[in-house]
Design a binder for this molecule. Structure first.
Ligand code: SAM
Length: 410
């Protein structure tokens, strides 16, 4: 890595937030002038004082750079890039190894981006596959060092689980699917199959990388499923809204729920849910029903038929189009909360997720609390990213996964 660092002035607000732990430089009149080629730049203050060593990302529409180091002298940090990268990977792997996650699931994060000081870099262990998701163009340009560091960290912390196949997915804002397979240094293998299976809490799931932007199972939700297991085990009937490939529905069946209903707009995902059911012959399939259709409409019809549930899981996409209109997740709650509340048994629980960094916790909490009050629902629990998915102080955007548990008439 070249030691010649270009200095780039930063917006005073950016400096303020960086000092509080925020790791991004977003697009503004300062960052739009950042150089187009340099891998790293030195962010400076008003008087030219050095503030942070940044990973430059000229092609990103909104996040123009990410903080790599606040430690001076910065020139030395540039020389130490590879050593620091290895140290951060090792630390991230070590943390997850200590959690013994493999005892209960074959899907977990080994690195969770900014929270592990690996900005824009997310590494998921998926059985004997490794999925590296990069949100910053920077990582493509240091791929050799990255692979070396990953190989070393596996050797040190998970020697028996070195992945057979490695995938890199470039995640970008326009949701294009860019997936390719790569190899650890010195290893070559036949072209891997992007369709494979894994187990989470004793349930088997079919994963399909590269077909869609997401691949069939949300690893960041695994810890939530575990946290929610007491709610599932006390529920006889469960309604899973925006069911996708059915992770929450299969989890409900595994907890011996006697009636599980999954609703999704996509036939493709509901067929995939059936595939997942087939992989798990021990689950009581007769206790499950899939309904194809927009959540709002199906809820109306369930209310009309006076159906009741002990537990409702609602995990809408950040923006949803139901054939008639596009609604943001918070708007879908405004539209559906009353019917969800009506469908709950007295004392029943409603779990509402919001999966976007664009709405901060306070706004989500306050708006949902208000909606809850109007419908005899009281907040009884709060769900946050946990276990392998870590958070970072001063970085609310990293805390994107939010969940609230409501109870009816308590
Ligand atoms: C974020 S995924 C849900 C993930 C799921 N809860 C899980 O943990 O596996 C969103 C799902 O909502 C579905 N969807 C989007 N808009 C919908 C609508 N209006 N009605 C029903 N399903 C919808 C999509 O097809 C997709 O499967």
């Amino acid at each position: 890595m070249s030691a010649k660092l270009i200095r780039v002035p930063l917006h005073p607000d950016t400096i303020k937030y960086i000092r509080k732990g925020h790791p991004w430089v977003t697009l503004d009149r300062f960052s739009k002038e950042f150089p187009k080629k340099d891998l790293m730049v030195l962010g400076t203050g008003k008087a030219g004082e050095p503030v942070a060593l940044l990973l430059n990302d000229p092609k990103h529409k909104n996040i123009k750079a990410r903080v790599w180091s606040l430690k001076q002298p910065f020139n030395e940090q540039v020389h130490l890039f590879k050593t620091t990268l290895f140290e951060r990977l090792e630390k991230a792997f070590n943390k997850r190894t200590k959690m013994n996650l493999l005892e209960e699931r074959q899907n977990f994060y080994l690195a969770f981006g900014e929270a592990d000081l690996l900005p824009g870099l997310f590494i998921q262990y998926l059985n004997d596959h490794l999925l590296i998701q990069v949100y910053a163009g920077f990582w493509r340009r240091v791929e050799k060092e990255l692979m070396e560091g990953i190989a070393k960290a596996f050797h040190q912390f998970l020697p028996a689980n070195t992945p057979k196949h490695i995938w890199i997915q470039e995640r970008n804002l326009d949701q294009r699917i860019k997936l390719r397979s790569v190899f650890l240094p010195g290893k070559k293998a036949p072209k891997p199959d992007p369709h494979f299976q894994l187990e989470e809490f004793g349930i088997r799931y079919q994963l399909k990388l590269g077909g869609q932007y997401d691949f069939g199972l949300y690893t960041d939700m695994a810890a939530q499923r575990k946290v929610l297991s007491p709610y599932f085990s006390e529920a006889k009937s469960v309604l899973n809204l925006y069911a996708y490939t059915g992770a929450y529905s299969l989890f409900a069946l595994s907890q011996k729920c006697e009636r599980v209903v999954s609703i999704d707009l996509s036939e493709h995902y509901l067929n995939w849910l059936e595939e997942n059911l087939e992989l798990n012959p021990d689950l009581e399939r007769k206790n499950h029903q899939s309904i194809l259709g927009p959540v709002a409409e199906v809820l109306e019809s369930k209310v009309k038929h006076k159906k009741k549930f002990d537990l409702i899981i609602c995990d809408p996409p950040s923006a949803s189009h139901d054939g008639k209109q596009t609604l943001r997740a918070l708007q879908t709650y405004e539209k559906t909360m009353k019917n969800m509340a009506t469908l709950l048994e007295d004392g029943g629980k409603l779990v509402c997720f919001l999966n976007t960094h664009r709405v901060i916790w306070k706004k989500f909490h306050d708006q949902m609390e208000e909606l809850g009050k109007k419908n005899q629902l009281k907040i009884v629990d709060k769900l946050k990213l946990s276990a392998d998915c870590l958070g970072k102080g001063g970085f609310p955007e990293g805390d994107y996964l939010k969940g609230l548990v409501f109870q009816k008439n308590v």
